[in-house]
Design a binder for this molecule. Sequence first.
Ligand SMILES: C[S@@+](CC[C@H](N)C(=O)[O-])C[C@H]1O[C@@H](n2cnc3c(N)ncnc32)[C@H](O)[C@@H]1O
Length: 181
Amino acid sequence: MSQKSKLSLQGKVKIIRKYMNGAVSLNSAAAEAGVSYETLRQWVMQYQAEGAVAFLPGRKNHTYSPELKLQAVQDYFPNSESNSKYLRYCKKCKIKGHPARFPMALPEFFIKFLTDEGDLVVDIFGGSNTTGMTAENLRRRWKTFEISQDYVAASVFRFVDSEEKAKECYESILAGNNVTL
Ligand SMILES: C[S@@+](CC[C@H](N)C(=O)[O-])C[C@H]1O[C@@H](n2cnc3c(N)ncnc32)[C@H](O)[C@@H]1O
């Protein structure tokens, strides 16, 4: 159950985006917001699904116009992806991000729907490994397969927390080495 928070809508969105940008962990974001890990995780999912309108006061009792719904969807894609840590590190390594990434909400929905914590999630067309990262966040084990070594190397960006480590791991995988995270 989501906790009540005294944060303003802007405050909430700021913290959520800090987490989504990779600047802080989910735990740190929850502590900053003064809510539990689970509540913060729910906020992130709501934000990913609907954008900031998810937090408008009394929204559960309202219906929204098609224009507003469209705006929420349009807000969602750039917010969930273009500002992500993955793209930031791609830029650092002077490469383009994977061209066909899933929004996280997609694997998140199916992983929660079909698996429990500790289960194994397999994605045979891993790409940037959105599925693996989402599985990891949801405390599932995961395996992924990807035919392109470049995409595999870049997928490590989802699991490191510094630009230096990102670059080091990326280059090491491209050179054919294993990396330990
Ligand atoms: C649509 S993308 C997946 C994107 C991924 N869901 C994400 O969020 O980044 C499909 C991926 O499958 C990979 N692929 C295609 N054929 C493959 C094969 N035979 N084995 C492994 N990967 C393959 C492609 O290189 C591509 O990265």
